[in-house]
Structures are given as structure tokens and as C-alpha cells.
Design a protein around this ligand. Sequence first.
Ligand SMILES: [Fe+2]
Length: 136
Amino acid sequence: MAEDTGANVEIVQLFAIIHDSRRQNEVTDPEHGPRAAEFAAELRGSVFDLEDHEFRLLYRACEGHTHERTHPDITIQTCWDSDRLDLGRVGIMPHPNRLCTEVAKRRETILWADGRASFFVVPDFVSVKWGVELEG
Ligand SMILES: [Fe+2]
């Protein structure tokens, strides 16, 4: 997605791993986005580093990912679309009206993403780059 939209790939990858990391439950937890944004601030400088303007984008992406519809910045749009395109993991087909970027709104993108999400596909870079062992 990030390569197709022109978003900052590093920010989108950090968003992917951080944005739901402060969830307290999987049902209702409306403040998990703001908590994830604060957690990103704690990790900055030790686990990862970003320039100030890049970190502001990551922070805003995490903070607003559940409540906000869209944002003028393409990197934040890509973060939110990536998250919403993964709704197949909970049995929800993403709707184009709830997506931000033209890439994400394409029917072929939605079908591709829904197929991956429905089968809990995890990209190889998650285990290679981040050292996360995935259960088979
Ligand atoms: Fe979330």
C-alpha cells in the first residue's frame, strides 16, 4: 500500500505494529489509539527513531485511527486504509466509503486485502525484520 500511494513506508510499518498494541480488550476500547500514540512516544529514541515531522505523522495516525474518517496527509491515509483493509480478520468486508486513498478503494485491492485478512496472512517481513515468531 505505502509503495503504491507514495506514503512514508517506515511510518506505515511502525503504525502497523504499534497502533493496536495498547488495546485492553478486543471488543470495546475507544482510547487504545491515544494510548498507542503515547506508547510510540515512549519507544521513540530507543526502539526506533524518526525525525520530528515524521513522528508527528505516526503519532497522529495512531491517535486517530479509530475515530477519524480521513486526514489530508497521504501517509496517515495509508495507515488508516491499511488497518481498515484488514477488517476481514473480524469478518467485515471493507467498504470504499470508509477508505481514504484511491488505491485502497479499488475493488481489486479490497478483494485482495479481504482474502489475506480472512486467512490471517502475515507478511514475511514481520518475522524477518522484526524478529517476530508467528504461530503456524
Ligand atoms: Fe485499533
